[in-house]
Design a protein around this ligand. Structure first.
Ligand SMILES: Cc1ncc(COP(=O)(O)O)c(C=O)c1O
Length: 425
C-alpha cells in the first residue's frame, strides 16, 4: 500500500468494481477518466449542505460564490494563468468553443482566410468552419506528416497566407496520441502574422502533462475538459485577457459584464464547479506527496499552482513508462499496426493514448466488441474522427483506441495484451 500507485488507486472506488467477478480495464480514458472519491464527496456536500445561487448575502449563497471563485482559480493554477478572470467554465469544451467562435467572428476583419487541421477533434474544426462561412472567410486545411504523425513547420509556412486571420491547432491528438509541435507552430504563426489569433485544443494534453499558458508560443486560447482529468463533466477555456476584453457577448448588458461572467451566461453548474476544485486539489495532493524532486523546477510558483505543476510532471514521467510498455507490447503482437509514434525512444512525443488496427478475421468494430466482452473498456474509432481517419486512409477500416491514466498499471496492460492476443489468433 506504500507505493504511490496503490495509494493513488485507493482514491478511485470505480477501479475496484467488478462484473461477474471480472475486474474492469478502463482503457477508455481519452473519452473520460474515473473520479476520486473526494471529488464526488465535495460535489455531494455542496448539494446536501445547502445549495443556492451566487452573490447573495446568506450562508448557502456565500458558499456557492466561494465555490465558483475557487473553481476558476483552480483552473488558473493548473494552466498557470495570470488571473482567474481569464478562465471561462461551462458544460464542455465543444459548447464553449462554439460560443467563443460566435464572439470571435464579430471582431475578425472581413475577408481573408482561416486555417484548421486534419488532426483536430471536430470540436476544434466545425465551430471555425461555421464562423468562416458566416464571415465569408476561406477555410484552408493543414495536413500532417503521415510518417511522423506530427506537423511539418514547412507545411505550416506554406499554408499561411498574408490574410490568415485565425488558426486552430491541436496540442495533442485524441487518436494518434501525438504531442504536436503546437508551441513551435504558434511561435511561427505569431512571428509571421502577429494579428492572427491562435486557438489551441489542449483537451487531451492537460490530463497527461504540465501546461503553462505563459509558454505556449503566444497562443491566445487553450482549452480543457475536466471530466478527462478526474473531475465532473465541465469544460474550461483560458483566453488572453486583452483579447477576451475585446469580445462582446450576446447583448449590450452582457457585453458590459466583467470577465469571465460575460461568457458564463445564466446560472452555472456550481455542484460541478465544486468538483472542478476538488479534482485539482486531488492532483495537488499527488504533487505534494510524490513529487518533491520537482520542487526546483517550479520554484517560481507557490501553493496549489506549484503542487499541480509538480504533480503533472510526475504523472508525465510515470505515464511515459506506461506508454513504452503498451506500445512495445502491442508492436510485438503479429498483425498489429500502431497508428502513431511507436519508436520506444520517442515516447516523449506521444500520450498513453494508442489507436491501432489489426490484420485479423475481425473488423475493428468487432474487435472492440470482443474486447468489451472481455471487460476491456475501449472505443472503436471511425465516424467521430472522420477527418483524421480519412486523411490517414483508415476511414473504412476504423481502428481500436485504448488510453491510460496515471492510475493504470503495467499488470493491467499485460492483461489487456493477453486478452487481445487471444482474440486476434
Ligand atoms: C482533443 C479533443 N478535443 C475536444 C474534445 C471535446 O471535448 P468535450 O467533450 O469537453 O466537448 C474532445 C473529446 O473527446 C477531445 O478529445
Amino acid at each position: 500500500m506504500n507505493d504511490p500507485i496503490s495509494q493513488i488507486r485507493a482514491h478511485f472506488p470505480a477501479l475496484t468494481v467488478t462484473d461477474n467477478g471480472r475486474p474492469r480495464l478502463y482503457f477508455d480514458t481519452p473519452a473520460g477518466s474515473q473520479v476520486p472519491k473526494m471529488v464526488v464527496e465535495r460535489m455531494a456536500d455542496y448539494m446536501l449542505s445547502g445549495a443556492s445561487n451566487v452573490f447573495g448575502g446568506f450562508a448557502s449563497s456565500k458558499k456557492s460564490t466561494e465555490i465558483m471563485i475557487d473553481a476558476h482559480q483552480a483552473i488558473a493554477d493548473l494552466f498557470n494563468a495570470q488571473s482567474p478572470e481569464e478562465i471561462i467554465l461551462g458544460p464542455n469544451m465543444t459548447a464553449l468553443t462554439f460560443m467563443i467562435s460566435r464572439f470571435l467572428g464579430h471582431i475578425l476583419p472581413d475577408g481573408g482566410d482561416i486555417l484548421v487541421t486534419h488532426m483536430d477533434h471536430d470540436a476544434n474544426i466545425s465551430p471555425w468552419i461555421m464562423m468562416a462561412e458566416e464571415k465569408g472567410l476561406k477555410v484552408n486545411w493543414l495536413g500532417f506528416n503521415r510518417d511522423t504523425y506530427d506537423f511539418d513547420l514547412e507545411a505550416l509556412e506554406a499554408a499561411l497566407t498574408p490574410e490568415t486571420r485565425f488558426v486552430a491547432l491541436p496540442s495533442a491528438s485524441n487518436i494518434t496520441g501525438t504531442i504536436c509541435k503546437a508551441v513551435e507552430m504558434t511561435r511561427l504563426i505569431k512571428e509571421r502574422l502577429p494579428e492572427a489569433i491562435v486557438y489551441l485544443d489542449t483537451v487531451q494534453h492537460v490530463p497527461h502533462a504540465p501546461l503553462d499558458v505563459q509558454d505556449l508560443g503566444g497562443a491566445d486560447f487553450a482549452s480543457c475538459s475536466i471530466y478527462k482529468f478526474f473531475g465532473p463533466h465541465q469544460g474550461a477555456i483560458w483566453g488572453k485577457r486583452a483579447l477576451l476584453e475585446r469580445l462582446t457577448a450576446f447583448d449590450e448588458r452582457y457585453s458590459k459584464a466583467p470577465l469571465p461572467k460575460r461568457f458564463e451566461l445564466g446560472s452555472q453548474n456550481y455542484e460541478a464547479m465544486a468538483g472542478v476544485s476538488a479534482a485539482c486539489d486531488y492532483l495537488a495532493w499527488i504533487g505534494r506527496e510524490f513529487a518533491p524532486e520537482n520542487d526546483n523546477q517550479y520554484a517560481h510558483m507557490t501553493g496549489r499552482r506549484r503542487d499541480l505543476h509538480k504533480a503533472m510532471a510526475w504523472i508525465q514521467a510515470y505515464e511515459r513508462d506506461l506508454s513504452t510498455h503498451l506500445v512495445t507490447g502491442l508492436a510485438a503482437l503479429p498483425g498489429i499496426h500502431i497508428v502513431g509514434v511507436s519508436d520506444p525512444a520517442h515516447m516523449d512525443r506521444r500520450l498513453p493514448t494508442v489507436t491501432f488496427t489489426a490484420d485479423c478475421a475481425l473488423s475493428s468494430a468487432d474487435l472492440v466488441r470482443a474486447l468489451n466482452d472481455e471487460n476491456v473498456f475501449c472505443w472503436h474509432i471511425q465516424h467521430y474522427a472522420r477527418d483524421l481517419m480519412t486523411y490517414l486512409g483508415l476511414f473504412e477500416q476504423g481502428g481500436v483506441r485504448v488510453g491510460l491514466a496515471h492510475y493504470h498499471t503495467k499488470d493491467e496492460i499485460d492483461h489487456f495484451l493477453k486478452v487481445l492476443k487471444k482474440i486476434i489468433h
